[in-house]
Design a protein around this ligand. Structure first.
Ligand SMILES: NC(=O)c1ccc[n+]([C@@H]2O[C@H](COP(=O)([O-])OP(=O)(O)OC[C@H]3O[C@@H](n4cnc5c(N)ncnc54)[C@H](OP(=O)(O)O)[C@@H]3O)[C@@H](O)[C@H]2O)c1
Length: 301
């Protein structure tokens, strides 16, 4: 048997439960892994709360990114073998926060030995999203990239990607995250009242690309600093970004291999800052669910 985190009803954290289930078998095009680490994402609690629709069959598993060791390989999978260390996106019906899960081979890559399992577990969703959102609109070296929500899982990696490209990176976050945001090489700007004035004091001409990881009113406020409203891209609130003239992030599958290489060469760190055992998963979920997490939250079964 194998332990996994599920939610039994749409609602609050009290609907989450660790259950025992059979170790999954791989279908065609799938691999089964013994999970070594799983990333916790805002999507987990948003799905549980029903904010992203109610089409999940209950009880539904949680967790959208994982790393581990392959223990079984399905038909038609040529790229992976039992014993391989991998990272990837779990099949939706199995989830990632579990002792064992199923990965679709096409959404899986080998884990380079330079990357720990914990760091690897932050790459499939947070790392890939950071890559996509910073590449959706191409900037040249020296142009400015502002990240709203720079101190979270996606933001810290997006800031580092911006520095790799030699953009001028401005990271907006709570004062408690100043040091962490600055450690990426970004210029820190405190969030909250007066943020637009603080940004424009540094870049009076406005910002070339605004990456929004927060949404809602903070997005509406910060969008004013974009030189061109088209250059506002949001992972958190595509509807508001579109209303303002920008766009939601477009996710791409080939990104997983690219960001994994970037992490392998030490150019980007996933900033894993909170690690929990599976037995403490409720605490892990609660940490992420504050909406003010610093860096990445990981569960290690
Ligand atoms: N579409 C996709 O494929 C996709 C994929 C991944 C993530 N996402 C979305 O992208 C967003 C970010 O994800 P994440 O994993 O980075 O979340 P996270 O780790 O929770 O980070 C969010 C960050 O936003 C900051 N924040 C909250 N309110 C803020 C405000 N008013 N001003 C500035 N910063 C504020 C938080 O801390 P402080 O307020 O303390 O600074 C926190 O550091 C989420 O909404 C998530 O659902 C979408």
């Amino acid at each position: 048997m194998s332990t996994a985190l599920v939610f039994n009803n749409y609602g609050g954290p009290d609907t989450q439960e660790l259950i025992e289930r059979s170790i999954p078998l791989p279908g065609p095009g799938e691999v089964v892994i013994e999970v070594k680490a799983a990333g916790v994402n805002p999507a987990d609690w948003k799905i549980r709360e029903g904010r992203l629709g109610r089409h999940w069959k209950l009880p539904a598993p949680l967790g959208h990114e994982a790393s581990g060791v392959v223990i079984a390989v399905g038909d038609g999978v040529d790229d992976f073998a039992v014993g391989d260390e991998v990272l990837g996106l779990p099949a939706e019906v199995y989830g990632g926060i579990a002792e064992h899960t199923v990965l679709c081979a096409e959404n899986t890559v080998l884990k380079p030995e330079e990357i720990s399992f914990a760091d690897a577990a932050a790459i499939p969703v947070a790392g890939s999203t950071a890559y996509d959102v910073t590449h959706q609109i191409e900037l040249d070296a020296g142009q400015s990239l502002l990240i709203l929500g720079a101190g979270g899982g996606v933001g810290l990696m997006a800031a580092q990607i911006g520095k790799v490209h030699q953009f001028t990176v401005l990271g907006v976050a709570d004062a408690s995250k100043k040091e962490m945001v600055e450690s990426t090489g970004a210029r820190f700007i405190e969030s909250g009242d007066g943020v637009v004035e603080r940004v424009l004091r540094i870049v009076p001409e406005g910002v070339d690309l605004v990456v929004d990881l927060v949404g809602g009113q903070p997005l509406r406020d910060i969008a004013a600093v974009a030189k061109d409203p088209k250059n506002v891209v949001s992972t958190a609130d595509p509807a508001t970004a579109e209303e303002l003239g920008g766009a939601g992030v477009v996710r791409t599958t080939e990104t997983l291999g690219k960001i994994t290489e970037v992490v392998k060469y030490g150019l980007v760190s996933p900033y894993v800052r909170a690690r929990f055992a599976l037995a403490d998963v409720q605490e892990a979920m609660a940490t992420a669910e504050t909406g003010h997490a610093a860096g990445k939250v990981i569960v290690e079964p």
